[in-house]
Write a protein that binds this ligand. Structure first.
Ligand code: GEK
Length: 246
């Protein structure tokens, strides 16, 4: 956690009936929130860097879509050994983008490779991408816009380019769905969240974070010209998928 970040206590008082948004309050506790709320998050961030090291040769352009405070982008800068690449990190939350810009200004060296943009990724231009990261971002995009977004990303990628999508996922079997949701809530309790915090956060995310099944994600990727689609990590109802542009 950097020194401007605080512990996530946003949902610990009763009757907080608000819909979840990526505002200043959330940006202030975001590192703690995502690390304690997403099983496997730190492994995914590390793997994004490892995959960039493996696949991003000289001249690579990398997009980090829904970058928040730049964890994926910063992992890439720690792993790639050359300097001949550019990361375009995009988010439409002003609070996230201004924090990330300030953090990068306070750091030197490899972070000059990261260009930060305040933009809705549905409007962003994707061009000659060797790697695109959607780390827990697609789940916040209106379901009706998801096919078009993935098609646009695909059209902006170089052949053989790598897409990483991490998401909260749902299951078509109701019993499996409840089992994994239950296991996930136990995981959050172990991370120090109270029952009240867990249930108020769940209510706030209702209709904001819309999970889909892994099958739906595969179907969408196949329809958008991706191949070699694999779920490299699955932890309860969270998954991370890699896919290569044909
Ligand atoms: C990480 N990837 O740490 N355009 C741009 N950004 C958007 C949009 C949109 N239409 N919709 C949502 N976002 C990060 C974590 S968080 C995941 C990503 C989470 C942004 C939103 O502002 C937020 O910063 C991010 O997507 C999702 O690896 O909080 O669970």
């Amino acid at each position: 956690m950097n020194n401007r970040q605080s512990k996530d206590t946003l949902f610990n008082t009763p009757n907080e009936h608000r819909s979840f948004t990526f505002d200043e309050q959330v940006a202030t506790v975001f590192d703690d929130m995502i690390n304690r709320s997403v099983p496997g998050y730190s492994a995914i961030i590390d793997m994004v860097g490892q995959l960039a090291h493996r696949y991003c040769k000289n001249g690579s352009i990398i997009y980090d879509l829904g970058c928040s405070l730049g964890a994926s982008s910063l992992s890439i800068t720690r792993h790639i050994e050359h300097n001949d690449y550019e990361i375009i990190a995009i988010d439409n939350s002003e609070a996230m983008v201004s924090r990330l810009k300030a953090d990068l200004q306070n750091q030197k060296g490899a972070t000059k490779q990261i260009k930060v943009k305040l933009e809705d990724i549905r409007e962003s231009e994707i061009k000659s991408a060797s790697m695109v990261i959607l780390n827990f971002t697609l789940q916040f995009i209106n379901v009706k816009d998801r096919d078009q977004l993935i098609k646009k990303i695909s059209a902006g990628m170089r052949p053989g380019g790598l897409l990483i999508i991490s998401e909260k996922v749902s299951f078509t079997n109701m019993e499996m769905n409840s089992l994994f949701i239950d296991l996930y809530h136990k995981f959050k309790e172990k991370q120090g969240y109270s029952e009240l915090e867990i249930s108020q956060k769940r209510d706030a995310l209702e209709n904001v974070l819309i999970p889909e099944s892994l099958e739906k994600h595969y179907e969408r990727l196949l329809a958008a010209d991706f191949e070699l689609i694999e779920t490299w990590l699955k932890y309860f109802n969270f998954a991370s998928i890699i896919a290569f542009k044909k």
